[in-house]
Design a protein around this ligand. Structure first.
Ligand SMILES: Cc1ncc(C[n+]2csc(CCOP(=O)(O)OP(=O)(O)O)c2C)c(N)n1
Ligand code: SF4
Ligand SMILES: [Mg+2]
Length: 292
């Protein structure tokens, strides 16, 4: 078992300004611990920009810059190309973007990288809305979740980023969760070692946007997997491995009742949502089993 307190490389300074209990902070600390200091990071606007810093101060001890919301992958590809021209194949180029900057605004730029086979590692930390600008709904916001742009609950289903990446047939893509950081770290290592583009899509509990007790981030991430709301799997050179398949799904209620973003739902709507989540889960598992 990895002990971050005693083994951390310390590439993220203390005292960063994320909210208490922020899942994103755990993710960036663990990511850089695996990748090490020979990494260049590209961060778009969003909560991750809290790490690229204010003015002359940054909280990461690696080089990097903040691009635009729409071009993280293209910026990373540019850095990779420059490194390649200098004969540097070793440095990891990390694109680290939120869901809005990935599945909405930056999708064309990401698709270009996946098509060209640029060797970058792309991590989408998915807190399921545009959090940094006040919790607007993104195309990764789950069905019925309340955001400031969908106050009565979102009425469309989320885009499936993994399946979009897989459609480009890249060498490595994986989903991950903060409730299993060892699994996440192994995936980051595999992605780093991949000769070509790699993508990790990690669900990122956000106490501010999801409206829950900040002590419950890891518990919520676990419940997301146990209720079938988030599926852990990898796509490696054309083959799928399902990393966690609960024998029996826990009732969705256990996951949504501790989040304020679902508290507007009446019993009938909770039942409807349960049906949607179960159907989606069964559909994706069937598809993944076919691909494994
Ligand atoms: C083209 C463009 N549109 C809008 C914005 C304003 N903006 C800055 S950060 C942000 C939220 C990004 O959301 P996401 O990528 O999900 O990251 P999060 O804030 O949730 O971490 C927005 C909309 C921008 N910077 N650029
Ligand atoms: S709004 Fe959410 S993702 Fe952003 S810093 Fe706060 S807890 Fe983290
Ligand atoms: Mg977001």
């Amino acid at each position: 078992m990895y002990d971050i307190q005693h083994n951390s490389k310390g590439l993220v300074s203390h005292g960063v300004s994320t909210c208490a209990g922020c899942g994103l902070e755990l993710i960036i600390r663990n990511t850089l611990d695996v990748l090490g200091e020979d990494t260049i990071i590209i961060i778009p606007p969003g909560c991750a920009a809290l790490f690229s810093g204010f003015g002359k101060e940054a909280s990461l001890k690696i080089p990097g810059f903040q691009g635009n919301l729409e071009n993280t992958a293209a910026c990373a590809a540019g850095v990779r190309t420059a490194l390649n021209a200098k004969g540097n194949k070793e440095t990891t180029v990390l694109a680290f973007a939120g869901d809005g900057g990935t599945v909405d605004i930056g999708l064309q730029s990401l698709s270009g990288v996946l098509e060209r086979r640029d060797r970058i590692l792309y991590i989408c930390y998915d807190n399921e809305a545009y959090m940094n600008t006040g919790v607007q709904g993104s195309s990764s916001t789950p069905y019925y979740a309340s955001t400031t742009t969908t106050p009565a609950g979102k009425l469309t289903e989320r885009k499936n980023l993994m399946q979009i990446a897989i459609a480009h047939d890249i060498p490595y893509a994986a989903t991950a969760s903060i409730h299993n950081l060892n699994d996440f770290r192994e995936k980051v290592q595999k992605a780093k070692d991949t000769d070509g583009p790699s993508l990790i899509h990690i669900q990122t509990p956000c106490p501010t946007g999801w409206k829950y007790d900040p002590a419950k981030s890891v518990e919520l991430a676990r419940l997301a997997v146990q209720t079938g709301s988030w599926v852990l799997y990898e796509y490696e050179n054309g083959k799928v491995t399902i990393n966690s398949k609960p024998k029996e799904l826990r009732p969705l209620k256990e996951y949504i009742k501790i989040q304020g973003r679902f508290k507007h739902l009446n019993d009938e709507e909770v039942e409807e949502l349960q049906k949607i989540v179960t159907e989606n889960y069964e559909k994706i598992i069937k598809k993944l089993e076919y691909m494994s």
